[in-house]
Design a protein around this ligand. Sequence first.
Ligand SMILES: [Zn+2]
Ligand SMILES: [Zn+2]
Length: 288
Amino acid sequence: MRDEADTEDAARERDGRTSGRPVPFGASVHDPNALEAGYTAGHRAYEIGGIIVSMTAATWLCVRVASCPRLSGWWVPLAMLVGILTADFVSGFVHWAFDTWGSVDTPVFGRLAIRTFRHHHVDQKAITRHDFIETNGHNFGLSTILGVTGLLTVQSETATMVGTFVGMSLIAGIFFVALTSQVHKWAHMDHPPAVVAFLQRTRLVLSPEHHSLHHSAPYNRNYCITVGWMNGPLRAVRFFETLERVITAVTGWVPREDDIGKDAALATVEEPVSPPDVAAEVKGPTLP
Ligand SMILES: [Zn+2]
Ligand SMILES: [Zn+2]
């Protein structure tokens, strides 16, 4: 009986399936089936919890902002834009961090987040087969940070125009952060809904063409995946390249080593950085 259990555990360890306790992924880090199998019941429970908590915080913040004395003005569209750009930046920063550093065996974040990013890079279509919770649970959870920030800073009774502006920006940010993985999923679908295809063509959400550059060598571009509008400015100021140089200088870590292998990662680091072709890579909203 014990031998049978041991054999089953060994099989789980070989193919990366978990049996309720941590199993090192080791060499299976690029095996899409092993990475997919890392999606456990516990992880799903965490995602459902994230959705419930984030929706509660967002609803609470909406009620509070709706009670603010100044709810309209020329600045409302600007507040929405700030929220969208904040969400796009957050999507890029989080995506860059988990693509570039650590591994699936990194404590806490390895199984919680990095596994998902590694899996997506070896099986881009897997996201199109995920249900609503598996697709969006993480980002709903992440949006809780913005919701709690709003609840701590916006007081409806004493809200000034600035307070209302911040509250509206955070609500837009919460909406677009929570929607990011869904938008990313649409960018990988062969046949997205017609209205989504229209939004993609007009660049009001991430387009498949724009996002395909992220999945092309040297795999260090276009991390922003909500609307993609921040990719051009961040690349123009070499935002992520500069962060990587600083982190490598301090720690000695090689960016993307775990994701694309040491040789390819070193080649990317040593490659002279070419001037960004912002116009070709990044376009803002356009007419269809
Ligand atoms: Zn990526
Ligand atoms: Zn993708």
